[in-house]
Design a protein around this ligand. Sequence first.
Ligand SMILES: Nc1nc2c(ncn2[C@@H]2O[C@H](COP(=O)(O)OP(=O)(O)O)[C@@H](O)[C@H]2O)c(=O)[nH]1
Ligand SMILES: [Mg+2]
Length: 261
Amino acid sequence: MDKEKIGELKIQLQQLLSEAREFVQQIPPVQLYAAIGVVLFTILLFLILRLLKRRSANTILLTGLSGSGKTILFYQLRDGSSHQGSVTSMEPNEGTFVLHSEASKKGKIKPVHLVDVPGHSRLRPKLDEFLSQAAAIVFVVDALEFLPNVRAVSEYLYDILTKASVVKKKIPLLLLCNKVDKVTAHTKDFIRRQLEKEIDKLRASRTALSSADIANEYTLGVPGEAFAFSQCHNKVSTAEASGLKGDISQLQQFIREYVEP
Ligand SMILES: Nc1nc2c(ncn2[C@@H]2O[C@H](COP(=O)(O)OP(=O)(O)O)[C@@H](O)[C@H]2O)c(=O)[nH]1
Ligand SMILES: [Mg+2]
């Protein structure tokens, strides 16, 4: 029975093939070559354009709740100093520059477009604008005042991780635990675990809401499993820094992983 079916299929396939062959033979070879040429050229052009677009993306988003240390990190990356006392947190800070630590290097180095997007909720719509052009996101977490803010941090992070632009383009995200110069700072492993737990709770409550209340574009994680960052479509990694002391080597490494010099 099965064999018969397979035999039938084979015959049909052979018929189809010979018909196709006849059809191709009817077309003058010049036309055929031209058509193949056009198709190949289009594919090649498409691939090159994609590659160029990837290459040219040099925007790094610096975001997180206000007070986490974004502005200081921004100045550390640009000038190698914290500019303490002259920082305001109400406007996005933006600049395109070669990282301060690379300034003495010889040869041409590609500048980084760094945007410091304040965590103030009134300014969050700004984030969407920048997300669409981001090569990577740095999500700054205050490792000192972490526990009192864990809910707010998780909510903000949740919103970012469920954005269509982030999920679809798989924009890598660095959880940067800042202020580790203080001994009371929490470790990055602790922070990562706590955020996973909190996001797991959030996920349960948000999916229980009526769909009209949900502004999130994608759902997070695997249904029925405890949430872990490893389930995200985009890569989520962790690092530590001290903007105040200028200890930002892991941050610089992350940036240069996604904006090639
Ligand atoms: N101890 C310590 N304090 C920091 C560090 N980075 C920032 N701060 C302090 O955190 C506060 C907020 O910093 P700021 O850069 O304005 O945060 P933003 O609101 O995220 O831009 C300031 O009082 C900084 O002095 C750090 O690495 N260590
Ligand atoms: Mg700021």
